[in-house]
Design a protein around this ligand. Structure first.
Ligand code: DLL
Length: 436
């Protein structure tokens, strides 16, 4: 119970700002002394650590980018000697060199604390049995969820992802009450549990899902299939891993732990800071991380910050579900398209006639982009009624054209034919590279 609404979680706005200001000044001073890239950028702006007197001066600081992690690969941005680094994680991303992040013992403690707080806020206790089906390894998901659950005193099943039938049997046999994994894997586990006929033997009550975008519709479907309440958890390797932000019992935005991180939203084109409440690119500054501090790190995730009081009593700002990334924009026949726009149309038009499984496939034929959207029909809608299927395909095609301004070929495919993912779902298959 120690974690439920701890003192830090309920500080007044002024107390939080004062704490952030103290920690920010210290973080800037340390980073300036120890991280060459940051020092150079400060020098270029003619800034000294002493010029930053508190949160009100945050906007003066230079941004940092994913590219910095690649340029200084592997350890060039660390602020402590390697003897103090006790853990490394890495993320490969879809393109380019992977990135590496490091943690001191204190960093791991802070990480565990952040995850434990959010689990406690959702009602996880020492009585719970937590199945961690996020991948363990260089990906932060498995170890991140693990440390939080263990810190709470819950019983952890460190099963990692994959081997789906065995996952479900384990869930049943060990009486798992909490499940942590990506939402697409949760959906898959739900389908498989149904297929195995063991849905009513599951004891799950809480699901903690994240690492990829997912819609409210998907939340409802997962809740229905697994018989639990599903909560969104957000994070990124560069800033910590899972646990930077998480929903509370209200399921209405994810609290960002402001005693450890400052969140800003900016206009991604101009870098201008936006008032809280406006949609923009999310930027994080870490306040307590030792091995790998980040200052004004551009996440590329698009969301808005919510400063209103939350009925749960926590005072920390909330972020909305990311609606996309500034860099997942597709350019199809010259038109800018975000996968989230396609998902929104699919859900609006089709309701329960489709499942949340879809895939966008791009190719180039005769110097022209081809744009196909494969969408899986639900078991309930799937039938021999070819006319109903064609009518839905036409309807989706028309709505996509009016929303996106370009035509797509929509294919309704049979249930369970789109490849399931054990980690993050692959929504876009882009085969165009090298076919200019
Ligand atoms: O995905 C860390 C994580 C693990 C978060 C487990 C939550 C649960 P990366 O692999 O570095 O780290 O990917 C980070 O994933 O910038 C977002 O674009 C996306 N992402 C993470 N959580 C969410 C979420 C982990 N809840 C990138 N909703 C981030 C939408 C998310 N997108």
């Amino acid at each position: 119970m120690k974690y439920l609404n701890s003192k830090e979680e309920c500080m007044s706005y002024d107390e939080l700002r004062a704490l952030q200001s103290r920690r920010l000044c210290e973080q800037v001073r340390r980073s300036y002394e120890r991280v060459e890239c940051f020092r150079r950028r400060m020098d270029e702006k003619g800034l000294r650590p002493g010029d930053i007197r508190g949160v009100e001066d945050l906007h003066l600081l230079p941004f940092s980018y994913k590219k910095d992690l690649r340029d200084y690969y592997p350890y060039g941005l660390f602020a402590v000697p390697m003897k103090d680094v006790v853990r490394l994680h890495a993320s490969s991303g879809t393109t380019g060199k992977r990135i590496v992040v490091g943690y001191t013992r204190n960093d791991l403690d802070m990480w565990g604390e952040c995850v434990a707080r959010m689990m406690a806020g959702l009602g996880v206790t020492a009585e719970d049995i937590v199945q961690v089906s996020f991948g363990y390894g260089l990906f932060t998901g498995g170890f991140g969820a693990h440390s939080g659950a263990e810190r709470l005193g819950a019983t952890v099943i460190p099963i990692s992802s994959g081997n789906t039938a065995n996952q479900i049997q384990t869930m049943v046999d060990f009486g798992a009450t909490v499940l942590c994994c990506t939402p697409s894997y949760a959906m898959y586990l739900g389908e498989e549990a149904e297929r195995m006929g063991v849905q009513d033997q599951l004891r799950l009550r809480i699901g903690i899902f994240g690492a990829e975008p997912w819609s409210e519709n998907m939340r409802r479907k997962i809740e229905e299939k697994l018989g639990l309440r599903a909560y969104d958890i957000y994070g990124l390797s560069e800033v910590l891993g899972p646990g930077v932000a998480c929903e509370c019992s209200e399921q209405a935005g994810m609290h960002v732990w402001e005693d450890h991180f400052i969140a800003e939203t900016i206009n991604p084109d101009t870098g201008e800071v936006l008032p809280e409440g406006e949609v923009g690119e999310l930027v994080f500054t870490s306040l307590t991380k030792e091995a790998f501090p980040v200052i004004r790190y551009r996440t590329r995730d698009i969301c808005r910050l919510i400063r209103e009081d939350c009925p749960c009593g926590r005072t920390h700002v909330r972020m909305s579900k990311p609606s996309g990334r500034t860099d997942d924009m597709l350019i199809i026949r010259g038109v800018n398209v975000f996968p989230s726009q396609i998902e929104e149309v699919l859900l609006r038009v089709s309701g329960n006639r489709i499942t949340p499984n879809y895939q966008i496939v791009l190719d180039r034929v005769n110097n022209t982009d081809t744009f196909d959207v494969n969408v899986e029909m639900s078991e309930a809608f799937f039938s021999d009624n070819v006319r109903a299927i064609e009518a839905l395909e036409r309807n989706i095609t028309e709505q996509l054209r009016s929303t996106l301004g370009i035509g797509a070929k929509v294919h309704l495919v049979n249930p369970k034919t789109i490849v399931r993912s054990e980690g993050k779902a692959r929504r876009v298959v882009d085969n165009r590279s090298g076919k200019m």
